[in-house]
Write a protein of this length. Structure first.
Length: 87
């Protein structure tokens, strides 16, 4: 399987400032692994969307979109499980 490129929204980069320092490395490792396998075991496709998935990293959730045709993964949000689905 060809690797995907990871793109970050500017709002997602701000989400990292809210994370505890020890969690940042765990989240980054999981997101980097998405480049090789965009739908790893444990990922879930969000209902009501066409390309959006989520992975769980401890108490945090990474919401991302997979664009298979363009080989791109766009990370939308990285937030605590209590806050991630709020708009």
């Amino acid at each position: 399987m060809a690797s995907f490129s990871i793109q970050w929204r500017s709002s997602t980069r701000r989400d990292f400032r809210r994370l505890p320092p020890d969690e940042v490395q765990r989240v980054l490792a999981e997101v980097e692994a998405l480049a090789e396998n965009p739908c790893p075991n444990g990922s879930e496709k969000l209902t009501g969307t066409q390309h959006t998935h989520r992975i769980r990293v401890g108490d945090y959730r990474v919401i991302y979109e997979v664009f298979t045709e363009r080989k791109i993964i766009e990370v939308q949000r990285v937030r605590h499980r209590q806050d991630v689905y709020r708009t």
